[in-house]
Design a protein around this ligand. Structure first.
Ligand code: TXA
Ligand code: MG
Length: 359
């Protein structure tokens, strides 16, 4: 793989004296020359390449260390680009596109020939999304091609919500990062398979099941997702994803009971000499403040799950800056964007729930 002296260009309108136009032109040039560039979207940072160019798309997989059987999302800037990448768009999908695009939802549709086969990883379908971020859209327009882009993290790591996160994972492996500041939503797009009727959510994300159902009626959840509501028995490490370096365990329970379980788990670990990290919410951090926790990360208010989603991946990455042996995290209601939060936390934990020794 080529080595690069990775540059970071600020493309944030709120920062003075930056030539966003020139930076976008340079980024578009890299894409047209078959290289990959990291850029902000409203969900997480993406790692983009020309979706019609096989060699360029292969560089995405190489930079991320991503298994080649995991397909990429194609990003478009205008609705009329949809016909270049997919066909047979059902009415329900049209209706959802009108309502939620540009925005955090990806539609799985039959793929058009013309895309690099590496984008779809050999499948006959393709995921398409129109992001709601001015820089992402301007980059697609300037490059004048649909852009294939997974999240801009090394495979298995938490998705990046700042340019700094991308730098931590990919410096030296890509030529350029466009820095548009923190992303808004904080978790990735909802992936909705609209080749099925009723449509099926393959990955919960920025648009909730409830919002989709309000528009088109029944929307199902992939059965593989529902299993996650149960404490898993012995899930293998192969399911670990979005993961900080130290092992993460979930602690479920309602209100005071959950705080008590968390306190007991912390002490049990501290007493065996472990350095403990804790992921919690603003309201509960003071209830843990008297314990010898090495790193306590708050990810917003438990009454504002949008805020938790926004801070989740940054929170998970914070544990890597200190050395902890184990991370304990509270769980969240699986409603609205809470379903996406729990999906990511469950994967980060490899499905593990904390088991108290004296139980
Ligand atoms: O918010 C997002 O979606 C971000 C930003 C950059 O747009 N992108 C993102 O891409 O999260 P990635 O590659 O990290 O996740 C794409 C997900 C994967 O779970 C992949 O398996 C699924 O979408 N996917 C892509 N194409 C698919 C297809 N044809 N059929 C089924 N699943 C597909
Ligand atoms: Mg990803």
């Amino acid at each position: 793989m080529a080595q690069f002296d990775t540059k970071i260009y600020i493309v944030d309108k709120s920062v003075d004296n930056v030539d966003i136009y020139a930076h976008l032109q340079e980024a578009a040039r890299w894409i047209q020359e078959g290289e990959v560039v990291a850029f902000p979207t409203e969900t997480v940072y993406g790692l983009g390449a020309d979706a019609t160019h096989s060699e360029a798309v292969r560089k995405i997989y190489a930079a991320k260390g991503r298994p080649s059987d995991n397909p990429l999302i194609v990003h478009i800037a205008q609705l009329d680009q949809l016909q270049d990448v997919a066909y047979a768009v059902p009415d329900k999908a049209r209706k959802l596109m009108e309502a939620f695009w540009p925005g955090p939802i990806t539609f799985i549709l039959p793929a058009k020939a013309g895309l690099a086969p590496e984008v779809t990883a050999g499948l006959e379908t393709v995921g398409v999304r129109m992001p709601d971020h001015p820089i992402a859209r301007a980059l697609i327009e300037a490059a004048n091609t649909p852009i294939a882009a997974p999240s801009a993290n090394r495979s298995g790591r938490p998705s990046p919500t700042t340019a700094q996160h991308v730098w931590e994972d990919l410096q030296g492996r890509i030529p350029l990062i466009l820095d548009g500041g923190e992303t808004g939503v904080g978790v990735e797009s909802t992936v909705l398979d609209v080749t099925l009727d009723p449509p099926v959510i393959l990955r919960p994300g920025g648009v909730s099941q409830e919002e989709l159902q309000a528009m088109i009626g029944e929307v199902r959840l992939d059965p593989g997702l529902q299993d996650q509501s149960q404490p898993a028995r012995a899930p293998g490490m192969k399911y670990r994803h979005y993961a900080p370096h130290a092992p993460l365990y979930l602690i479920e329970g309602k209100g005071d009971e959950a705080v008590e379980k968390m306190r007991a788990a912390i002490m049990e670990q501290v007493n065996t000499g472990k350095r403990v990290g804790v992921l919690t919410v603003d309201e509960e951090s003071s209830l843990l403040a008297d314990l010898p926790v090495t790193c306590l990360v708050r990810c917003g208010s438990r009454n504002h799950l949008e805020e938790v989603a926004h801070q989740l991946f940054h929170g998970l990455r914070q544990f890597d800056a200190v050395s902890v042996d184990i991370i304990l995290s509270r769980t969240f209601p699986r409603q609205g964007i809470g379903l996406a939060i729990m999906n990511r936390l469950h994967k980060a934990a490899g499905g593990r729930y904390y088991q108290h020794k004296n139980q």
